[in-house]
Design a protein around this ligand. Structure first.
Ligand code: ADP
Ligand code: MG
Length: 362
């Protein structure tokens, strides 16, 4: 991938007293990229975002934006703008005034200011609402105003700290699509902080997964979901069946093992992943296991249903496979009667041999 870099985070650490919030982080974020920082609460996402935005300084390391070191440069002099988790817009100002607020310093003149405000309103799909007061807006509309207010300043980088977390599910999903479209339209680099793996997968060009102040993996959504580097990354990004396996063998660029009740599991070895004989963990995602309904169709696994949860579109099944220490999870679309399978039912399952994943046990 050729990528022009916009933000370089170069061996950055942050300590609060003797607590290390960020531990030697290095990352490059590309120009025009939609980049997400994903991880559980407290892993240091906001801390890193605030340091990019100039609201806090690293204890060690350097942040560069557009190749320029940002050390000592305050937030208002950086080419960044931040949309905060609690998007405080002024309730006593109308939408136009809220958006124009940050433009006042530029002394553009009334006509040019209004042109920019209208353009920003169009971008966030709020045209016609310019006269509405801040306290007469819904949560989703307030969030759009906060976005417009950040965009109108034409920053090179927009920083977004869990901007959708206060919205209900339906609206959040709609805003995810819109934010993504908006980012592609304006071409600004977006850095999004989220603890929601689906949000990160749906919106990002690349994702950095963080735990305890460290970056565990940086990759595009499909890569990170299908080839998680570690057990912890796999576990955080959706369901994963970790398999009982033995006789781990390397040959060429591949790694193989015997999984009782399943057979030979073979995976391509990812490059530079620190996987060895002792720490290799094998897995398969629940949706990659498929129930075989036809008696004459071949299957690779025989199992007993031990649990069942109905989700409308899909059913989640737990199945017991002889030789596997843990029950496996299976996600089945509700087409052929997975939702009617009784506990104790015998099922046969198939999988694509390419669906197995090897991870480091970290
Ligand atoms: P996240 O955004 O991933 O939930 P944060 O970046 O807010 O996490 O916080 C990371 C860790 O740093 C947390 O343990 C938090 O308590 C700690 N932390 C953040 N800010 C400060 C501060 N000003 N003083 C002391 N500890 C802090
Ligand atoms: Mg946070």
């Amino acid at each position: 991938m050729t990528m022009q870099s916009m933000i370089e985070i170069d061996h950055v650490s942050k300590r609060y007293g003797n607590f290390t919030a960020l531990d030697d982080i290095s990352l490059t974020i590309g120009k025009g990229e939609f980049f997400s920082l994903l991880g559980p609460s407290g892993c240091g996402k906001t801390t890193l975002l605030r340091m990019i935005g100039g609201f806090d300084e690293p204890s060690a390391g350097i942040i560069r934006i557009g190749a320029k070191p940002m050390t000592g440069i305050p937030a208002n002099l950086r080419p960044t703008n931040m949309v905060f988790q609690s998007y405080a817009i002024f309730p006593h100002l109308n939408v136009n005034q809220n958006i124009a607020y940050g433009l006042k310093r530029q002394r553009l003149g009334k006509a040019e200011e209004m042109r920019k405000v209208r353009e920003a309103l169009e971008q966030v799909d709020l045209h016609g609402l310019g006269e509405r007061m801040g306290n007469q807006l819904s949560g989703g509309q307030r969030q759009r105003v906060a976005l417009a207010r950040a965009l109108v300043l034409q920053p090179s980088v927009l920083l977004l700290d869990e901007p959708l977390s206060a919205l209900d599910k339906k609206l959040r999903e709609q805003m995810q699509v819109e934010l993504r479209r908006l980012q592609k339209a304006v071409g600004i680099t977006f850095v999004l902080v989220t603890h929601d793996q689906y949000e990160a997968l749906a919106m990002s060009d690349r994702i950095a997964v963080m735990f305890g102040g460290k970056v565990a993996q940086v990759a595009a959504p499909q890569e990170i979901y299908q080839h998680p580097a570690t057990r912890k990354v796999a576990d955080f990004l959706g369901g994963m069946n970790f398999l009982t396996a033995r006789n781990v063998k390397f040959s060429g660029g591949e790694i193989a093992a015997e999984a009782p009740g399943i057979g030979t599991v073979m995976c391509k070895l990812p490059k530079a992943n620190g996987i060895d004989q002792d720490n290799a963990v094998f897995g398969i995602r629940p949706e990659r296991l498929r129930i075989v309904w036809e008696a004459n169709e071949p299957a690779q696994i025989e199992a007993i249903v031990t649990d069942r949860s109905y989700f409308g579109d899909v059913t989640h099944l737990s199945i017991k496979v002889a030789g596997q220490e843990q029950d496996l999870e299976v996600v089945e679309a509700n087409n052929f009667g997975a939702d009617d399978l009784p506990l104790g039912a015998k099922v046969r399952l198939a999988f694509d041999p390419g669906a197995f994943v090897v991870m480091a046990a970290r």
